[in-house]
Design a protein around this ligand. Sequence first.
Ligand code: UDP
Length: 240
Amino acid sequence: MRIDVLGVAFDNVTMDEAVDRALELLEQDGPHLVATPNPEIVQRAAKDPEYARVLAGADLVVPDGVGVIHAAKILGTPLKERVPGIDLAARLIAHAAGTGRRLFLLGAAPGVAEQAAVNLRAAYPGLVVCGTHDGYFQEDGPVADAIRAAGADIVFVCLGFPKQEKWIAAHGGETGARLLIGLGGALDVFSGKVERAPERFQKLGLEWLYRLVKEPSRIGRMAKLPLFLLSAAGARIRRR
Ligand code: UDP
């Protein structure tokens, strides 16, 4: 069952259920799009009908940010739990390492995906990272061809939103991959370029606060979060 949060329909799944769904998709011919929207993505989709259509057509849509969980609760239609894209990615990597599924890393600044591949291969023995490409390319065709030539099953597409989901919708089929997942800044984290919040912040739902302290320039982006919760409250009141 999907639950609408201000125009984006989320799969109401736990992390374990999300992993199971992703693995089912991996068993079928692709392309399958997995999206991990946070409040910023929901807000963008409200203003960008093409983006909203792409997200509606995704095969799995999981709530990445704690803000989405709060909004769903305010709307009176709670979601089971937060499913951070980066944690879902880690679970898929572990599966790939155990089964020989081939992973391609697409996105971020030049060199970052390569470093992420080095770190992931070391952390997950047996993992096949079959290729990498940075996220600052001009032509889409050669990138899709490179993914196809690498024989990728899973692609982490880390181009930032809305580009990554739109790219998957437009070019996923050309890649021959089965599962393509939009993961924002995940390669920056896997490469060690950006540090993830300590677990105690994650558990408290305060990862955003940690990130803000580390990268104060994100204040403009984050200031939109209260507005997001306010629009959820507004939508709830109007529905009464
Ligand atoms: N990025 C990219 N190509 C672009 C624009 C952005 O590869 O044309 C990358 C950028 O380098 C970063 C990621 O996309 O690694 C977006 O990271 P951000 O932390 O902003 O994403 P979020 O997780 O907040 O959506």
